[in-house]
Design a protein around this ligand. Structure first.
Ligand code: PLP
Length: 393
């Protein structure tokens, strides 16, 4: 029998993916250049030349077993050591090899983090609006996801978080810089969050873990700086991905970093290795681990996202859309021009403008634009955006 749980998921497929598939079909009809597809967060800028060069060098020079053999179950030791050294240098925490577990992107890291610190039946709290896949990630681990609210500027609402923490709360899952809002949590917000988690942990007599999902860590605009959450709260599992910073989403590479001093520090990475055994999710490919280890502090040319953000923010606000200015990522999250964001995004399709309604992000009345596309395309989409706004006048 196919489990009912998965059968039910078939009627709640990813809205983002569905719109992106519609975009591909529409592009085949009218030409890709005429479809303004802001659905999927699939980076368009090339991976850094240093990554490509390292891949070529490895293919030409490395031993076949090193390149194509099984990776150790926690990741290649030299790669884990390089990640630990880089994190220690950047954030001043004494990371060592033993704190790092290599994963298939942030998705793989979150899947392990949830299982490593929660018992089935436990609760996890996140802030809405949030990345829609948190729903299946959390439910798939046998856990319940609860939503705390954000403030109007999309900073976390800590009173709301406090109200959502119950005796069953095992972890709080955050994402800064944030998909879908583009908000970067301020130092003040993060200090408040850390203080609240310390207080709740003391009340509950056990840690409430922080799972910090950070695929957009490097994509910051206009001098905004991001706090490294683990530096404020020791019981943090950092989930990182090279999908966005190095433009490598298809390579499925990232890591989980256990904060030095974290409760369970000695066991957590080994436990992740056992979780992999249980889920059949083994380490990412050896060659990709080796290649990223050489470019840990490089990024793709991320400047295009800031240019795109400015173009869109200026146009959207001039047209009367309400939205906080994104501090990072490649997303913007304006209020729709009617209450029903689904109807609003349907109407946008008339102009071949593909926007994602906010409902699957856990809030109503907004839409998300993923502007990880070429600036020329963004410019050419502005008349469609104007026509859409005009249609509401
Ligand atoms: N978390 C957030 C907030 C994301 O936006 C994404 C992907 O878009 C992921 C996790 C998953 O990333 P990865 O490709 O590294 O698995």
């Amino acid at each position: 029998m196919i489990p009912q749980y998965y059968k039910e998921m078939l009627s709640h497929k990813s809205v983002i993916r569905q719109i992106s598939e519609y975009g591909a079909a529409r592009a085949a009809e009218v030409g890709a250049e005429n479809v303004f597809d802001y659905s999927l967060g699939n980076p368009s800028v090339p991976a850094p030349a240093a990554f490509t060069a390292e891949m070529q060098r490895l293919l030409a020079e490395a031993e076949p077993v090193a390149l194509h053999g099984y990776s150790p179950s926690l990741g290649i030791a030299a790669v884990r050591a390089a990640v630990a050294k880089s994190l220690a240098g950047r954030f001043g925490l004494p990371y060592e090899t033993r704190h790092i577990f290599m994963t298939s992107g942030a998705a793989g890291a979150i899947a392990h983090a949830l299982r490593a610190v929660c018992e089935p039946g436990d609760e996890v709290v996140t802030f809405a609006p949030c990345f829609p896949e948190y729903g299946p990630y959390v439910a798939g681990a046998g856990l319940r996801l609860r939503y705390a609210a954000c403030l109007p500027d999309f900073q976390p609402d800590l009173d709301s978080l406090a109200a959502q923490i119950t005796p069953k709360t095992a972890a709080v899952l955050i994402n800064t810089p944030n998909n879908p809002t583009g908000a970067v949590y301020s130092l003040e917000s993060m200090r408040g969050l850390a203080a609240l988690l310390r207080q709740k942990s003391a009340e509950l007599g056990r840690p409430v873990y922080l799972i910090s999902d950070e695929p957009y860590r490097e994509i910051l605009f206009e001098g905004v700086t991001a706090v490294y959450p683990a530096s404020l709260y020791k019981d943090t599992l950092t989930c990182y991905s090279f999908s966005k910073s190095l433009s490598l989403p298809g390579e499925r590479i990232g890591y989980l970093a256990v904060c030095p001093g974290c409760e369970g520090e000695k066991l957590l990475v080994d436990v992740c290795g056992q979780i992999s055994r249980g889920t059949g999710h083994n380490c990412p490919p050896s060659i990709i681990q080796l290649a990223v280890a050489k470019v840990l502090e490089a990024t793709a040319d991320l400047g295009v996202y800031e240019t795109n953000m400015r173009l869109l923010y200026d146009e959207l606000t001039a047209l009367g859309f309400e939205c906080p200015r994104p501090g990072g990522t490649f997303y913007i999250f304006p209020k729709a021009l009617e209450e029903d964001a689904v109807a609003f995004c349907e109407r946008a399709k008339r102009y071949d403008l593909l926007l994602v309604p906010s409902d699957s992000f856990g809030c109503k009345g907004y839409f998300r634009m993923a502007y990880c596309t070429g600036t020329d395309k963004v410019r050419r989409s502005l008349p469609a955006l104007r026509a859409l706004a005009e249609s509401y006048r």
